[in-house]
Design a protein around this ligand. Structure first.
Ligand SMILES: CC(C)(COP(=O)(O)OP(=O)(O)OC[C@H]1O[C@@H](n2cnc3c(N)ncnc32)[C@H](O)[C@@H]1OP(=O)(O)O)[C@@H](O)C(=O)NCCC(=O)NCCS
Length: 175
């Protein structure tokens, strides 16, 4: 190779930097793509999807109220959301009701960025604790690994809670 063909260090093509998810509050235009997202991998039952949509509608109707939603955008597309809210009749406890990321965007830190932003907002509000309820079924294995990685330990298990053979895991983190 001649010296002319050797690229200078600054001229060499570099691999693209991985994109960082952008986190922002829910907007009305997000509802339809989030509905699609909830049905993407068939994990949620029709009843669960309808409850998830009710929570989105609650968040749109009353920003800063019982249900709050942050969405993540990755490379200009909607990549996931988290829905959370203050747990009624508690002092400083919050529920993380729902978190889901687009199957094509998983493993890129989207859920991590959503929870980090949510926790930051909750700390600023003086929150003490976040509770999550999830199923022990195999389909939720990624969610369990995710919560473990974030330092959300399992606080309680109720066998056969959702239906026979489908246990409830209560996961709790002190902020
Ligand atoms: C659980 C879920 C939200 C994770 O979303 P994600 O954007 O892929 O998560 P992240 O990329 O931010 O992962 C953060 C960490 O969680 C862990 N994790 C996430 N998915 C995992 C998987 N499938 N297996 C093992 N660990 C996993 C990893 O430790 C990961 O960090 P690392 O990549 O540095 O190792 C996503 O898989 C999902 O939407 N699942 C279906 C819906 C669901 O179960 N929601 C929760 C119940 S409501």
């Amino acid at each position: 190779m001649s010296s002319e063909t050797v690229l200078q260090r600054s001229e060499r093509p570099r691999p693209p930097l991985p994109s960082l998810p952008e986190i922002r509050p829910l907007q009305l235009r997000d509802r339809a793509p989030l509905h699609q997202l909830l049905t993407k991998d068939g994990l949620f039952t029709r009843e669960e999807v309808s409850v998830a949509l009710e929570l989105l509608d609650g968040a749109l109707a009353e920003p800063g109220g019982e249900y709050r939603v942050l969405v993540a955008e990755l490379d200009g597309g909607l990549a996931g959301y988290v829905c959370y809210g203050p747990t009624p009749m508690t002092d400083g406890t919050w529920d993380l009701y729902w978190i889901v990321t687009h199957p094509a965007a998983r493993g890129n830190g989207v859920a991590l960025a959503l929870v980090a932003r949510m926790e930051g907002e909750l700390r600023a509000l003086g929150a003490r604790m976040v509770r999550v309820e999830t199923s022990r079924l195999d389909g939720y294995g990624a969610a369990r690994a995710f919560y473990e990685r974030l330092g959300y330990p399992v606080a309680a298990v109720i066998s056969d809670f959702y239906r026979a053979g489908d246990d409830l895991l209560v996961i709790c983190k002190r902020l």
